[in-house]
Write a new protein. Structure first.
Length: 149
């Protein structure tokens, strides 16, 4: 029996968070953290809203998930994020001992893989799920930003 709760289902939930960021004028990156097919944390970029360079979607979700679980480790959790995490977020994910990371679009300029970031050795990585949708939202955001300036 197929479960409706697959990688695409949860990435669509992360895309909903990215849309929320978009409506706030934030770079549209969204995330959900899942354990046992249950979303325990959601987040989206809030760097402009909070005037905080560390307020990335992943950082928001790590904190929310840790609070939900009552501990700092995200063992048995999967994070779905619409853009490859940056080096800062990868560092936080490393220390959280996240079990699995699924991201939609690669970040060829600021992604952790290009910039020497690492995840925990036990973290499984998967990418490309709904990549076109996530990339299209990011492109639309930056085109609109350029046209406003």
């Amino acid at each position: 029996m197929l479960s409706p709760f697959d990688d695409e289902y949860f990435m669509r939930k992360a895309l909903e968070e990215a849309e929320e960021a978009y409506t706030k004028g934030e770079i549209p990156v969204g995330v959900v953290v899942v354990i046992n097919n249950r979303i325990i944390a959601r987040g989206h970029n809030l760097t402009e809203t909070l005037n905080d360079v560390t307020a990335h979607a992943e950082m928001q979700a790590i904190t929310a998930a840790a609070n939900f679980l009552g501990g700092k480790y995200l063992v048995d959790c999967t994070m779905y994020v619409t853009l490859e995490p940056c080096q800062m977020c990868a560092g936080a994910l490393y220390w959280s001992q996240l079990s699995k990371l699924v991201f939609a679009a690669e970040d060829h300029q600021r992604g952790y893989r290009k910039n020497g970031g690492k995840l925990h050795p036990k973290t499984q990585i998967k990418h490309g799920i709904l990549e076109e949708e996530a990339s299209a939202l990011l492109k639309r955001f930056f085109i609109e930003k350029r046209n406003l300036n």
